[in-house]
Design a protein around this ligand. Structure first.
Ligand code: MG
Length: 239
């Protein structure tokens, strides 16, 4: 009798353990699509939209209208005072990978040194700046959600070195219950280091311009702040 009870306990514990390990299928789940990752970190996975592969700017245009006129050279594009450029396609929530380098030759101070920017939906800027031994206001340094939120840490590399941003952007959404917006968010890794951790985007103020409301989709914009900042390896995954 005691032996029988012991066996029941062992069987019961075994079943409980194995179901905990295996989990339980949820009939509402759909199978995750198969994506081939890049062969190295930072390379575009198979389902990404490649916005710049080093060879041309056909997916971009000038915000002033007409073709994007930044210089394409050596697998990179360089800001050349021809104005901001934007993608022809518009995006809502995205994962974005982008690489950038501020000029080798250090010129200027504060906001005047290696300034550019990555604008999601053309309005929310993650600041690009040479923030290596170059202090400025904290919500304006590299990795900042410009004018809103400083980065958690300063993970800047030296001038001229390639740096990465991996950005998860959730756009503010119109509130279905009525007025206002449901805040969006930024999560940003700078050179692999977390600098924005689910930072809210309330849809009120970006840079100098105040605005209201939410836009379902908008272009990705790169800022021409007159400094010859370079970009390369730009890809995006709509979420
Ligand atoms: Mg900027």
């Amino acid at each position: 009798m005691r032996h029988h009870a012991f066996t029941l306990i062992v069987v019961g514990v075994t079943i409980a353990l194995s179901s905990a390990l295996n989990g339980a299928a949820n009939p509402n789940d759909t199978e995750p699509p198969i994506v081939k990752p890049g062969s190295k970190p930072g390379q575009a996975p198979s389902d990404a939209i490649v916005l710049f592969d080093g060879s041309h700017l056909e997916q971009w245009e000038s915000v002033k209208g007409g073709p994007a006129k930044w210089v394409v050279d050596n697998g990179a594009i360089t800001v050349n005072r021809s104005g901001d450029i934007r993608t022809k396609e518009s995006f809502g929530d995205v994962q974005l990978h982008i690489e950038w380098a501020t000029p080798n030759e250090v010129k200027g101070e504060g906001q005047g040194r290696g300034n550019s920017g990555v604008y999601l939906q053309g309005r929310y800027e993650i600041q690009v700046l040479d923030s290596y031994q170059n202090r400025t206001y904290f919500n304006g340094q590299a990795g900042a959600f410009y004018g809103n939120q400083p980065p958690l840490v300063n993970a800047s590399r030296k001038p001229g070195e390639w740096q990465t941003y991996d950005i998860i952007f959730k756009a503010p959404k119109p509130n279905p219950q009525g007025e206002g917006v449901i805040p969006g968010s930024f999560t940003v890794f700078h050179n692999g280091v977390l600098v924005q951790n689910n930072t809210p985007i309330k849809g009120k103020k970006t840079t100098a311009a105040a605005y209201s409301g939410a836009t379902p989709k908008g272009p990705l914009v790169l800022q021409d702040h007159s400094n010859p900042v370079r970009y390369r390896n730009i890809w995006i995954r709509p979420l």
